[in-house]
Write a protein that binds this ligand. Structure first.
Ligand code: SF4
Length: 768
């Protein structure tokens, strides 16, 4: 390991007192990765403040960042590789033993059944995507072709639609929009856009702009809205269909723009002309006049941007809703303009798209594999089957699928049925407890890291953050874990790496030539390029930054694809020298880096449909739109009269990154929220204990009443129910683990995204 020093960036006038030094890094608790400055006391993060100089977040943070020490110094951090004994307990083993045995067991499965019977799950959380780059190298070393991650729980339906319409990812420009619409999204708590609360307040307070919210719950964002369409849970499709239909029926379609820039408008306009607006407004429980007023405001605006999130992505008709919301901006011509919806450049694209619509199918389930991701809800059934192509092993990295995927008991059973499983993580998670081997990773503050959530336009930001701390003893950063595994798998050895190291010492040009020649002579080396770059180029990078070596290749690719936009961002050079300059700027930027700066019109050059036009017609979804009126408005039943949103984001929830329940200032148990009238009918109130029962199971919790919820709508927070050692060192769970209450078959029929926000349930009071 390269010796590193913490990156002290400002001393606050007390250079002789290390605890007074501010160090620049990022909050890792959501996809925004706000730049922060922290103070350290030994290995403890004692103070956190927003980094005003950060080019992306500009000093913005929310309350969660202040408590990141609960992530960094959780008491269930792992500090030794673990091997599972026959009786289910674990023993510590040294790294050499763990690496050689894990490599041998994976090789055994790949040789006996094929690498395609191993599933790679995860590969990066909210703030650590570099591990995913190295995971890709290990996948290639073993011939692993099946993979999945949390994006397949949430975003694959939208990606499927984006792929067909635009051929790539799209991004709303809320900073400049006149009218912004949030659909099943509460950015006040879930963020997802830069400077979320500032942006919401700016939209809300400007009389010339408008904020529209569609949500079943009166969220903090809804409280700021000019128009709030409070839909009945599960009826978003009726609402968004009616809204889009008014655009068509009342003449707000940008006809000339549509004729010039799109194909396939005729069947879309015909289908939307048939939508019964009054009926659908009634079906979703929204006042028709207010719905029409929203459509008119959108239709007459200079610019309009919209963003969907889990509220619709994890609810009925989710892929159809994604389609209809994209028609809303497309039919009104709000593309490739300030305040509209745009494509964007990426450093490393998070999704791959097929504009042809010809996705591959999973060999076991025959479901579409969107963006290369197997549908999360099908993983357990793809193990627990006698199909010849069933999964035989899992490689899980920086993810906790036992807790985060539907039907936790089934996933546990699936893990136990595997021939082999290995987990790389910082903590002894619910998933780690089911694995054959657990490899302890260094935390996100103990290694160089970045995220590939580079989704902004026209300026796109990347932040490669140096390590704050040395790795916790006994842990290794992912680049080291994967390169050791790849060596143990016999893909390369020092005789192949040494000449590349020598070339890197000569300079980038010599390394580029040597790397290309080595890859041409032995394609397996190119396949594990991330590990090769770490081993050969890493040693000549600044101290602590070796793990960022694969970004050199990404920088070259990005510079090649977006040369003008990279230069417009102030990075100079041509061809390879531009890529080198971009890479150097990435490593030097303590405050993040604007790596591309576009003109709005560039959004067209980033469209990836074959004819570079927007394709409006998706026949499967138009057919589904035609059948919408026959679909139920709710899946509540007499037995399960409530609709449970399992996994609401609240002030102190952050997926499962923070496991220590002490980080929650309020609501330590993660209460079940319900309408006070419902509570009164059940004879219960705030603090009452209840049992929540669903088709999958039951869980006990406490009640908190709130009139922000409609009748018969209840919510539980995400990220709860994690086993964490208490004062007596016994692991115990706090709150309800949402996926003990969900089933894997409750999902979208195209993307397979789970309906976690629409789980029929009943509430049973527990007598005091
Ligand atoms: S949790 Fe808050 S501070 Fe942290 S990255 Fe997200 S918005 Fe920023």
């Amino acid at each position: 390991m390269t010796k590193l020093e913490p990156s002290a960036t400002a001393n606050g006038g007390a250079a002789d007192d290390p605890s007074k030094i501010w160090h620049k890094t990022a909050c890792v608790l959501c996809s925004c990765n706000c730049g922060v400055e922290v103070r350290l006391d030994g290995r403890d993060i004692t103070r956190v403040k927003g980094n005003k100089a950060h080019v992306g977040s500009k000093g913005y943070t929310c309350e969660k960042a202040l408590r990141i020490n609960h992530y960094q110094n959780g008491v269930d951090r792992l500090s030794s590789p673990l091997r599972r004994r026959a009786d289910g307990s674990y023993e510590q083993v040294d790294w050499d033993t763990a690496i050689s045995e894990v490599a041998a067991r994976l090789r055994e499965v790949a040789d006996a059944h094929g690498g395609d019977k191993i599933l790679y799950y995860g590969g990066g959380g909210q703030g650590n995507h570099l591990g995913g780059a190295y995971g890709a190298a290990t996948r290639r070393a073993l011939g692993i072709t099946r993979r999945s991650n949390a994006l397949a729980q949430e975003k694959t339906g939208e990606a499927w639609v984006d792929g067909r319409m635009v051929g790539t990812h799209t991004s709303p420009d809320f900073h400049h929009t006149e009218v912004g619409l949030f659909l099943g999204k509460n950015p006040w708590h879930s963020h997802g856009i830069p400077e979320a609360r500032r942006t919401l307040k700016a939209l809300s307070s400007d009389p010339d702009r408008a904020l529209i919210v569609i949500d079943p719950r009166r969220t903090e964002t809804a409280d700021l809205a000019d128009h709030f369409l409070q839909v009945i849970p599960g009826t978003d499709a009726f609402c968004i269909a009616a809204l889009t239909a008014v655009i068509v029926q009342d003449g707000h379609v940008a006809d000339r723009w549509i004729a010039a820039n799109t194909v396939g408008s005729e069947p879309v306009l015909a289908a939307l002309a048939e939508v019964p607006v009054a009926d659908y407004a009634a079906r979703c429980g929204v006042d028709e006049a207010e719905l029409r007023a929203c459509a008119t405001r959108i239709g007459q605006a200079e610019s309009f941007a919209i963003l969907e999130d889990l509220g619709i992505e994890m609810a009925p008709n989710s892929t159809l809703v994604s389609y209809l919301q994209k028609l809303l901006w497309a039919l009104t011509g709000n593309f490739a303009k300030a305040g509209g919806v745009n494509t964007h450049s990426s450093l490393v694209p998070l999704f791959s798209y097929r504009a042809s619509g010809k996705e591959p199918r999973d060999p076991v389930t025959d479901s579409v594999v969107i963006s290369g991701l197997m549908q999360c809800n099908e993983i357990a059934e793809s193990v627990l089957t006698d199909h010849p192509d069933r999964l035989r092993a899992m490689f899980i990295e920086s993810a906790n699928p036992v807790h985060s995927l539907a039907d936790s008991p089934a996933f546990r059973e699936a893990m136990r049925a595997l021939d082999f499983s290995v987990v790389i993580d910082v903590a002894f998670t619910e998933t780690a407890r089911e694995a054959d081997y657990v490899l302890p990773a260094s935390s996100q503050y103990e290694k160089v890291e970045t995220t590939f959530f580079t989704l902004e336009f026209p300026e796109n930001v990347l932040y490669v953050r140096p390590p704050l701390l040395q790795p916790l003893e006994g842990t290794l950063p992912e680049p080291e874990i994967h390169s050791r595994l790849i060596r143990a798998l016999g893909v390369y050895d020092d005789t192949e790496i040494e000449p590349l190291r020598a070339a890197a010492r000569e300079g980038r040009g010599a390394f580029a030539t040597a790397f290309a020649e080595a890859g041409a002579a032995k394609p397996e080396l190119a396949g594990v390029g991330a590990a090769v770059m770490y081993e050969a180029l890493g040693p000549v990078l600044p101290a602590g930054m070796a793990g960022a070596a694969p970004l050199w290749f990404s920088a070259q690719q990005c510079a090649m694809r977006n040369a003008d936009a990279v230069r417009a961002a102030g990075i100079q050079g041509d061809d390879e020298s531009l890529g080198d300059a971009l890479f150097d700027a990435m490593l030097a930027g303590d405050d993040g880096l604007i790596f591309t700066r576009h003109e709005y019109g560039d959004a067209w050059s980033l469209v990836r449909t074959p004819d570079l036009k927007i394709h409006l017609d998706i026949p499967d979804l138009l057919e589904e739109l035609g059948e919408l009126s026959a679909k139920p408005s709710t899946y509540a039943t007499d037995d399960y009269p409530f609709i449970l949103a399992a996994g609401e984001r609240r002030s102190f929830t952050a997926n499962t990154l923070v496991r220590d329940p002490a980080w929650r200032k309020k609501d330590p148990d993660g209460s079940l929220r319900m309408n006070p009238v419902d509570a009164s009918e059940l004879g219960i109130g705030d603090g009452s204990r209840v049992r929540v029962v669903t088709r999958a199971g039951a869980a006990e919790t406490v009640v908190e009443t709130t009139d922000t919820l409609q009748r018969r709508h209840i919510t539980l927070p995400n990220g709860m129910g994690l086993d964490y050692p208490g004062d007596d060192n016994e692991a115990k769970a706090t709150g309800v683990s949402p996926n003990e209450l969900t089933t894997a078959d409750w999902r979208d029929h195209i993307a397979g995204t789970p309906w976690h926000k629409h789980v029929p349930a009943r509430v049973e009071p527990i007598p005091a």
